[in-house]
Design a protein around this ligand. Structure first.
Ligand code: PMP
Length: 449
């Protein structure tokens, strides 16, 4: 690749973004009272000098305050996989908050049991509890796993992401041993005291780490989705299940992103048998919601432990977790929007997207790959596709990523800022996908032609 040409094109697109978005640029310049000028510091992870500001969004479309409309393949990095403000969720929110009234009253609603039963139908786990974020679902699942096993450590895959969970910020270092993830902010202690780590797709390393006998749970995504998509090799997930069972560690599947694989995530699609399951983001249809599931046996065991405070300040739970509004939104999302039929259509769209990207890669004979997990596709600057998180991390290329993101955004297409991920929602159309294929092809032609 001609890096000089890449930098020239990137500079051109950056100037174009500023020309197109004077209001966003000015709003950002004015935001003196925000830490990092943004409502959440990660919103600075944007290609270009400032983020575009949201004006409105509906279905697969986002409008910015400069008057541009985008085909949104980012979908809030999965938080809006149901599409933006889908009608059924909007109606449920309106009913719960305005018509009936009562978002957070410290009292259960009947919607919760409906949602629990539906999550059971989809994922198999038979007892459910709610959170507002996937991070908290993971944090509480981890605590329960430690309580029930009496073991101190959590094992995760290198370069996985499970939210801002202290125990999960560990990677395999150059010497093959666990070390703090680079940039870890204010770690409470050396992460190797609380955690172990293994590369995804590496059963030997997993077996060695589990052999210490101190792992309460393996917390993992059935496919990595936060360092590109890294798919499991044949036999890997079966091996994980066998090794965890043999060593007495619980297996927690984090389906927050892998939910894209189908109505019951990878767990249902691939017949997995985790002891616990966590999920967040998309299930609330845009309203904050998360959940964790466990088996009836595990639930009985935990509820029978007089030494565990599961009711008050024992470290599991949050005041607004399971609130009436979030649960109503989750019910509407699962009942009417992210249905089995919707997933089938999203899967088709994603195949189409993948084929379009592959055609572009082949046209220029690029050493890139594209991976798909149901409704989610992602391209990576490596071929063959990386098989571990560390390999995938090594394949990142910030200038190239920024060029593609800016090129697409300047022409009305949004990808997930953290990587080259495109997600389909029930409102995405074939034409939206074809528009991406066309513009992606043009971006490549300018760079490689
Ligand atoms: N688990 C996975 C797999 C995720 O990708 C993320 C966020 N990207 C989380 C958990 C945390 O979600 P949240 O930030 O909404 O708590």
């Amino acid at each position: 690749m001609d890096r000089v040409r890449l930098r020239r094109l990137l500079a051109r697109e950056s100037v174009e973004a500023q020309r197109q978005n004077p209001r966003s640029k000015a709003a950002y310049a004015r935001a003196d009272h925000l830490f990092g000028r943004v409502p959440m510091t990660w919103m600075n992870k944007t290609a270009g000098a400032f983020p575009r500001y949201l004006a409105a969004a509906r279905g697969a479309r986002v409008m910015d305050i400069d008057g541009h409309e985008y085909i949104d393949f980012c979908l809030g990095d999965t938080g809006a996989m149901a599409g933006h403000s889908p009608d059924a969720v909007a109606a449920a929110v309106q009913q719960r908050f305005t018509d009936l009234g009562g978002a957070t009253a410290m009292l259960p609603t009947e919607d919760a049991e409906w949602v629990g039963a539906e999550l059971t139908r989809r994922f198999g786990l038979t007892r459910w509890s709610f959170s507002l974020t996937a991070t908290d679902a993971n944090r509480w699942a981890i605590r329960l796993a430690r309580a029930v096993t009496g073991r101190p450590k959590i094992l995760v895959n290198s370069y996985s992401y499970h939210g801002s969970v202290d125990e999960s910020l560990i990677v395999v270092g150059p010497d093959g041993r666990g070390t703090a993830r680079p940039g870890n902010v204010g770690a409470p202690c050396d992460v190797t005291l609380t955690s172990r780590v293994a590369e995804f797709n590496d059963l030997d390393q997993l077996e060695r780490e589990l052999a210490h006998g101190d792992v309460a749970a393996v917390l993992m995504e059935p496919a990595l989705t936060n360092i590109g998509i890294v798919l499991p090799e044949p036999g890997y997930l079966e091996g994980v299940r066998e090794l965890t069972r043999r060593s007495g560690a619980l297996l927690i599947n984090d389906e927050t992103h892998t939910f894209s694989a189908g109505p019951g995530g990878c767990t249902a699609a691939w017949g997995l048998e985790p002891d616990m399951l966590t999920i967040g983001k998309a299930i609330g249809g845009g309203i904050p919601a998360g959940a964790y599931g466990l088996s009836a046996e595990l639930a009985e065991l935990l509820l029978g432990r007089a030494d565990l405070d599961l009711v008050d300040m024992g470290g599991v739970g949050g005041t607004l977790a399971g609130n009436a509004l979030s649960v109503a939104a989750t019910r509407a999302t699962l009942e009417d929007v992210l249905t089995d039929q919707a997933f089938a259509a999203m899967d088709e769209l994603s195949r189409r997207f993948e084929a379009g990207v592959r055609a572009g890669i082949e046209r220029w004979d690029l050493p890139w790959s594209v991976s798909r997990l149901g409704a989610r596709s992602e391209y990576r600057f490596a071929n063959p596709a990386p098989r571990t998180g560390t390999q995938s991390a090594a394949a990142s290329d910030t200038d190239l990523e920024d060029y593609l993101h800016l090129y697409l955004a300047n022409r009305g297409l949004l990808l997930t800022p953290f990587h080259n991920m495109a997600l389909m929602c029930p409102a995405t159309t074939d034409k939206d996908v074809d528009t991406h294929t066309e513009v992606f092809g043009e971006a490549l032609s300018e760079l490689f032609g």
